[in-house]
Ligand binder design. Structure first.
Ligand code: PEP
Ligand code: MG
Length: 319
């Protein structure tokens, strides 16, 4: 029986009407790649590389990063690894970088903006990533992209580093976590292979509620229809451009979130490792037609609680 349960985890998540949704893992250190595979993850949809930079006195060098990324590639044994470039700033502070204090760090020099300020760190990281890409399917993803020029600049730097290290081109994507990126999605989609929606930041920027605010954070629910409409716009733009869309924020691993995001056309859910088996089991038990139906209704709701009620109703009818 235990063996059966174990095999079950490795099967893909296919809905009752035959639609596949990939379920991947969010990780933040090399050792987790093995655990992601053991849990039935179909790859890593988000490696938060900034964690390699936290809790230490200096930045990890190229070799150290290369070893970490290679360890992940090897553990994944052919499954894709999405490495997100440094997303420092905002809630993630790194004392040794001596970055100027900011009044509004979430609206400040974070993510890709910091990578441009500290191009030395960015290039070192890209070198390590691209070297690791020689050993398996590595994809590179940029965080906090708000404007097409940023994507163009990041792509140009990546291309120059790729030539330096003699790696083959890799698939690149961007996080969709800033409202302007949603509104510019059609244009951004021309220059990437995929989008991954970061619902944690997207929610805080759409609702103008700090994701860590002691009073407001509980209200900042990614199932708010305002956020879901942003997801809908993103998927439509991506479809027109022929690229795929994943989601890697917290609601991707929440049962109601997994249903609604899939119903809106998100085809990869990247979730915390412990949630992988449950999200796969949930998707196997529903039909995509029902998820799409509930997602359409969710867009018309007035708040997140109504959306959650709708999904609960749908899942209850399934028994
Ligand atoms: C997000 O913003 O939803 C996301 C996945 O990135 P992070 O939580 O690391 O900001
Ligand atoms: Mg984010």
């Amino acid at each position: 029986k235990r063996e059966e349960q174990k095999l079950e985890r490795y099967r893909p998540a296919i809905t009752l009407d035959g639609k596949r949704v990939e379920v991947a893992a969010n990780i933040s250190e090399a050792e987790e790649a093995r655990k992601a595979v053991d849990a039935g993850g179909e790859g890593v949809g988000l490696m938060r590389t900034e964690f390699l930079f936290l809790k230490r006195d200096d930045p990890p060098g190229e070799e150290e990063q290369f070893h970490a990324y290679r360890t992940m590639v090897q553990a994944l044994n052919g499954l894709p690894l999405i490495l997100r470039t440094l997303d420092i700033g905002g809630d993630k502070r790194v004392p040794y970088l001596s970055l100027p204090a900011e009044e509004n760090p979430f609206l400040g020099v974070r993510g890709i903006r910091l990578c441009f300020e500290r191009e030395d760190l960015f290039r070192t990281q890209l070198r390590a990533m691209l070297r690791a890409s020689k050993e398996g399917p590595v994809r590179i993803m940029y965080p906090m992209v708000a404007m097409p020029e940023e994507l163009a600049k990041a792509s140009a730097i990546t291309e120059s580093v790729r030539r330096e290290v003699g790696a083959e081109p890799v698939e690149t994507g961007i996080m969709i976590e800033v409202p302007s990126a949603v509104m510019m999605a059609e244009r951004l989609a021309r220059d990437v292979s995929f989008f991954s929606i970061g619902t944690n930041d997207l929610t805080q920027y759409v609702l103008a509620m700090d994701r860590q605010h002691p009073v407001l954070a509980p209200q900042a629910d990614g199932l708010h229809p305002a956020v879901l409409r942003m997801v809908d716009l993103t998927v439509k733009a991506a479809r027109r451009a022929g690229i795929w869309v994943g989601a890697c924020g917290g609601i991707a691993g929440d049962p109601s979130g997994a249903v609604v995001l899939s119903g809106l056309g998100v085809t990869e859910l990247s979730v915390a490792i412990p949630s992988i088996p449950a999200v796969k089991a949930l998707l196997r038990g529903i039909s995509m037609a029902d998820a799409e139906g509930v997602a359409r209704l969710a867009l018309e709701c007035g708040n997140a609680a109504e959306v959650r009620g709708l999904v609960r109703g749908m899942l209850a009818r399934k028994g």
